[in-house]
Design a protein around this ligand. Structure first.
Ligand code: SAH
Length: 257
């Protein structure tokens, strides 16, 4: 298994201790499928106060992360590995919105550098002259890029072959199944079907009878119908561009009746 190395540049290196020591991301490190290195931005400052931010030119509220320490931190990362092996990503609400095909593409990388902003953001020269890509995890504003970096790392890691024990568990998931969407934003994909586990009756609510029937063909159709219904209810935007098969159409019509 080839290893995917993540280099993270942040003013809060301690932030990552929790997220990196649980679940799939933790196991992937143990299996050496990924290697995570956090770089403290303050280590790349040159002044006594380890200054990473300054006031914005042109006035306005808040502080902006200075370019020099970020460029220096990234230079240090690529003094150890060839620059062309890696991808430099700036986490930013102004970036391209992350989605599953993009994550899948990233999972084939050898190395990814993630630059985490704070305060009012990062000097624009980082986006313009250093980063290969600016990525947003959604249309809302976080207080820092660290959570966004964790989201990206988690989603990418679970797609690396050999990381999940059951590779099939990926195939039927939300945003993964169906019409082979390869573009962002995700269109023409269907959300996952609802799952149930024991107990059969919980607080008077019974699991759908059909799932207990052992009739796999019927179960498959039921799940497909439920997946289509749920997508229609919660994410109609996804279905808008889907070329639904005739059986899918029939299932949907059936549930709309
Ligand atoms: N003033 C900026 C927001 C800065 S938020 C603006 O309005 O565009 C501070 C930092 O948090 C950003 O530099 C970025 O690294 C991170 N961040 C905030 N929201 C994010 C999002 N939706 N996706 C990725 N990173 C985000």
């Amino acid at each position: 298994m080839s290893q995917l190395v993540f280099d993270i540049v942040s003013i809060f290196p301690g932030f990552f201790v929790g997220p990196f020591s649980h679940g799939i991301v933790h196991q992937a490190q143990k299996k050496q499928a990924i290697h995570l290195q956090v770089h403290d931005l303050r280590d790349f400052t040159t002044d006594r106060h380890k200054t990473v931010d300054d006031r914005p030119f042109g006035g306005g509220e808040g502080m902006v992360l200075k370019p020099e320490p970020i460029f220096r931190a990234v230079e240090n990362i690529y003094s150890k590995i060839p620059r062309e092996q890696g991808k430099i990503i700036l986490l930013s609400p102004q970036g391209r919105k992350l989605c599953q095909p993009h994550i899948r593409h990233l999972s084939q990388s050898r190395q990814i550098t993630l630059i985490c902003g704070r305060y009012e953001g990062v000097d624009e020269r980082v986006a313009e002259f250093l980063a290969d890509d600016e990525i947003s995890i959604g249309d809302y504003v976080l207080s820092g890029g660290e959570l966004a970096a964790c989201v990206l790392i988690d989603a990418v890691t679970r797609l690396i072959p050999g990381v999940l024990n059951n590779e099939n568990s990926q195939v039927n998931e939300s945003f993964e199944n169906d019409f082979g969407a390869t573009e962002c934003p995700s269109r023409g994909v269907v959300l996952d079907f609802p799952q149930y586990t024991r107990p059969e009756v919980f607080a008077g609510r019974k699991v759908p009878e059909l799932l207990l029937s052992g009739n796999h063909k019927k179960i498959r159709l039921w799940r497909r119908r439920k997946a289509l219904e749920k997508t229609l209810k919660n994410r109609p935007d996804l279905l808008q561009y889907a070329s639904l098969s005739e059986p899918d159409r029939q299932l949907l019509n059936h549930s709309l009746e």
